[in-house]
Design a protein around this ligand. Structure first.
Ligand code: ARG
Length: 606
């Protein structure tokens, strides 16, 4: 059956048959590309550097399509080739595909597109293998060891706003995808814990809480109010302002009393941030701006020796081609700034932490800042000119979160949104919904609580992640908590439903794995099976291009495919029960891995 028409004329390459057990490394797309790579080499031996261009294709043509013929034809037509056009070239590529159990049939379409239809037994075997060996065998292979993900990064004593929430959610997902790809990820919270605002905060602390050293941890109270009040004092009272400016000097000079006050303010702030991280289940390691202070002079010295730093209006700057304003690295008052810190942090990450890929998450508004210091680093020779080559830096920008009114998201009462309140609200609403569904009575209180958390926080995360991050999106509880449509609620319920199908069958999946086989006889089974296999290439694409919405879209389509399968194919009590239970289990496993990568806790019961 595996020798379909095209394969009859296929050449065997060496003694290997592609698709055999030991050749199963890589995503589906990569495996198909491997076959075409061989076919291309055999077809046009004089063009050894042609990369196979392979992509999934519309189902009426097959599963994957190779689009090389046209481009290749243009390349060789004037070099005295035996081929008379892209079509014959495509046909030759097709007939040179090596024999493989992967392929059921091939065909030619349009100007030399080669379509392949994968063999069902092969798809089935691969899924079964994942079930026995684990989903980790489908993880992307990236050619790097260490990455830094710089995310969340709120500012001490200021409010952590929805922008920081986006940074936290998207950054955590990217870190998880890299970790799944066996990259060591340094999850860095680049907290804004340094700068002139500390002068006024410290001075206000001395004024308001003279015995602050003896006072307990809670004494500062609400930091945002504290910040606001100190800012008012700063703006209204010239005497205070002067003292505050003097305080900055004392702090930077390392005076103990000032240092201690600074530490106290940072601690209070950190405790507040931690509440958000705790709810989101996000783990970060804080290396705030202050951490890099000692490295700034040395870093600037290196850049200076390379002749990058110039004098301009009393400041020290780096001019960047194509930008009107230079990058200021030492202010005219001699102080350092955001850019000097980022340059030192980059130097540290590259040289002390040996990071090969450094990923920064902030709103798109900071794009210029990143572009500029990336360019400076490139000019200094720290990074290769090709920005896709390692060591590599990437700014992952994102849009705004909007409220119902289409303006920046805020709550009615306060100017800004308190993130903890926002997450608690999502949870509360889920709790109400669970109880309304009648689940309150047969579940323990803890079960209700844990489920409400999983769904509520999951919904907030998913509503953010499912959008292309560059666009703005509207925050809407009713939408994100809807159990229909592309929401976490719908997806989590879909997963729980699959788990309940398996539970109710009364069969032990672990036992079945030893004996049973997977068959994809029904068309809807095949569609679902193929989609499962595409998980690996999707994660790789989402991760290498830094777009988590690609994974969300995949997950949503997967659950739609599952629904279609489940509607049209009886599972429990059918002749195909064992095979179909496998398909249910494989879907649940892949869905769970998607949830895991998105930072969403799965639920098993609804
Ligand atoms: N603290 C900054 C802000 O709130 C974000 C820091 C991002 N990271 C960095 N290395 N610049 O806007």
């Amino acid at each position: 059956s595996k020798t379909a028409s095209c394969l009859l004329s296929a050449r065997k390459v060496g003694t290997e048959t592609i698709g055999a057990e030991k050749e199963l490394e890589g995503s589906l797309k990569q495996l198909v590309a491997k076959l075409f790579e061989i076919a291309l080499t055999v077809t046009v031996p004089d063009e050894p550097d042609v990369e196979p261009v392979v992509a999934p294709c519309p189902p009426k043509f097959g599963d994957y399509q190779c689009n090389n013929a046209m481009g290749l034809w243009k390349k060789i037509k004037d070099k005295g080739t035996q081929f008379t056009g892209p079509q014959p070239l495509g046909k030759a590529i097709m007939s040179n595909l090596p024999q493989s159990e992967m392929i059921e049939s091939c065909s030619i379409a349009g100007p030399g597109f080669v379509n392949v239809k994968l063999a069902k037994p092969w798809i089935a075997k691969r899924i079964h293998k994942m079930l026995t060996d684990g989903i980790e065998t489908w993880s992307p292979k990236l050619n790097i060891k260490t990455a830094v993900v710089d995310f969340s990064s709120p500012n001490t004593a200021k409010e952590m706003h929805v922008g920081h929430l986006r940074s936290t959610i998207i950054g955590d997902t990217l870190a998880r995808m890299l970790e799944f790809s066996n990259v060591k990820v340094l999850r860095r919270n680049h907290v804004g814990d340094w700068g002139t605002q500390f002068g006024m905060l410290i001075e206000y602390l001395f004024e308001k809480l003279p015995d602050w050293e003896a006072a307990n941890d809670q004494a500062i109270g609400d930091l945002e109010a504290f910040y606001k009040a100190s800012k008012e004092r700063f703006d209204d009272d010239p005497g205070f302002k002067e003292r505050a400016q003097q305080a900055v000097v004392s702090l930077q000079g390392g005076q103990e009393k000032y240092r201690k006050a600074w530490t106290r303010i940072c601690e209070t702030s950190r405790r507040n941030f931690q509440k958000v991280y705790h709810r989101l289940g996000v783990h970060l390691e804080e290396k705030g701006e202050s951490f890099y202070n000692p490295y700034i002079p040395g870093t600037l010295d290196i850049l200076n020796k390379k002749g990058l730093i110039e004098e301009s209006e009393g400041a020290r700057v780096i001019f960047i081609e194509g930008k009107n304003i230079p990058l200021i690295v030492v202010k005219s008052d001699g102080g350092y700034n955001y850019a000097s810190t980022d340059l030192a942090a980059l130097w540290y990450r590259l040289n002390e932490e040996n990071a090969e890929w450094i990923i920064y998450l902030t709103d798109v508004g900071q794009k210029d800042h990143f572009d500029m210091f990336f360019t400076a680093a490139r000019r200094a020779g720290w990074l290769p000119a090709d920005d896709k080559k390692y060591p590599r830096v990437s700014h992952v920008g994102f849009g705004l979160v909007l409220g119902e009114d289409g303006k920046r998201f805020r709550t009615r009462s306060t100017r800004v949104v308190k993130l903890v309140d926002l997450l608690d609200e999502a949870k509360t609403r889920c709790k109400v919904a669970i109880i309304e569904r009648g689940k309150g009575k047969d579940w323990s209180e803890e079960e209700v609580d844990k489920t409400a958390e999983a769904i509520g926080y999951g919904a907030v995360k998913y509503a953010d992640l499912k959008n292309n991050r560059l666009t703005n999106y509207t925050f809407n509880y009713d939408q994100m908590l809807n159990d229909k449509g592309n929401t976490a609620v719908y997806l989590l319920y879909a997963h729980a439903r699959i788990c309940s199908i398996i539970r109710k069958s009364g069969r032990d999946i672990e036992e079945l794995k030893q004996s049973g086989t997977l068959d994809l006889a029904h068309p809807d089974e095949r569609v679902l099976g193929l989609h499962l296999l595409q998980f690996a290439e999707i994660v790789e694409e989402a991760c290498t291009n830094l777009f988590p919405n690609i994974l969300c879209e995949y997950l949503y389509n997967l659950s739609e495919d599952f629904t279609r399968f489940y509607t049209n194919c009886q599972v429990v009590g059918s002749a195909e029960e064992t095979s179909r239970l496998f398909l249910c289990e494989a879907t649940a496993v892949v869905m769970r891995k998607c949830f895991d990568l998105l930072g969403i806790t799965p639920v098993y019961k609804i």
